[in-house]
Design a binder for this molecule. Sequence first.
Ligand SMILES: [Zn+2]
Length: 553
Amino acid sequence: MAISDVGITFLGGLGEVGRNCTCIEIDGKLLLIDFGVMFPDVTMPGVDVILPDNVWLKERSADIVGLIVTHGHEDHLGGVTHLLREFEVPLYGSELTMGLAQHKVREARLESRTSFQVVADGDRLDIGPFDVEVLPITHSVPQSLCVVLHTDQGVIVHTGDFKLDSDPIDGRLTAMERLAEIQQDSGVRLLMADSTNADKPGWSSSESTIGETFKRLFPAWAGRRLIVSCFASHLHRVQQICDVAISQGRTIFPLGRSMVNNVRIAKELGVLDLPDRSVDSIDKLNEYDPEDVCIICTGSQGEANAALSLLARGNHPDFSLTSSDVVLLSSHPIPGNELPVYRVINRLTRMGCEVVHDGYEHVHTTGHAQREELHHLYRTVLPEWYVPIEGEHRMLRRNADVAIEAGHVEDRSIVASDGDQLILDDEGLRISGRIPAPYRYIDGLLDDLSPELLEDRRKLGEGGFVHVTVVLNLEDGLLGHPEISTLGWVDAERSVQVLAELEVQVAEAVASALDEQKDIASIERVIRRATGRFVGNRTRRRPPISATVILVD
Ligand SMILES: [Zn+2]
């Protein structure tokens, strides 16, 4: 039988934190690892999420044999409904990951376009031509998987997101022994490893250390209502919060759509050990005394429409915070989210709440491996080739340095980017090509916003909008004054003088244009140009400008 080469195409996650997607190719078939979303920053007004590009996948749609989702975070799973709208793809993942995926897919009414294949730790399965082994790996969401591909070109290890937690809440340790065994049996040809924390020294602290902080802090808050915010997928954190709160005689109130859903799914699957008598729904809150309550809610990243932001603005439909409440953010801002998070903290503080966060208490730990953990993984796996994944370029570069520090041959680390295509064959690993992998912007029901449209939105946001209407007759010229309408450019009531000057400029431009130009499009162009010049000179702004010429006989 012919020896098959392995192709690897990165559609996302190499150059940003989010929209992770790696495509592995053997014998013309494609196996996707993760299909996540990325969340927009302030330069992307109105965008809900950003996805991996779909143009190349559409060309290859008949070749896709499956999607393995390494874990239940949105940046690995969140794009699945968008994927299924375009392609019919079976999904593979741990029980919890598939439970979370099934909920999303069912809500989007896309169940007929996929199947949910639950895999157990250590399973080895065939997906088309792929011989796949899934191993347990620790992270901040339970049941995360490391994907091991046994190929003609040797073993390929893809970590997904991971940290090396020596004391995980569920006792499910990373399969370091199995990785060492694979290394000894056959060696590892290629390791692709999480780069998120590659520039942080040392070893991350175990998730279980956070529970110790809760045990220390919670008794001091006896007699007061407690509101705790964390990622809804961070179910081991939820477990630890619930354990301490329940031991104080509190009842748990999940709040926020994803928290309510995830707690329900995790309870059903036995991932969350939470007695029914200790949980109630938020509409029963008034039946409890404040000291008997622990509300656990979404919004720890300052998301504008999440429960904690609504509470901080006093807009939550279910209840209002009071100055005797304690609010705990068991989280750390994702890079880029610092501003909205601190805005929420400031609002809560101004309300008089006691606000506790990871700036001064150990109420959060990362889910991503720091340098010593990456070193440890590297030394266990000892790959021939090393490709950092999952991170901005600075993180990928630092991750490549980890391997080099550990003795890796420098030119066997490849810092690749979104769109890069790699080939692993008898000669080794190399970048063999490149496909476009632009951000795919999704805005509500509008898919695929173009970069040009986003640029218009940015300009509107920065400078507002100016529209000029003139009525004219080709014989007599302008009839009446030009009419200027603006939105967000100047305050019309206080800028009468500016608008009057602009009217004069436009009238003069139209008059001189009419000496030479007789077609409407040319006159409109002249008006836009004259308006743009005036607006730029007077306000140093460049708002989009439009013009309408109404021709009358
Ligand atoms: Zn993750």
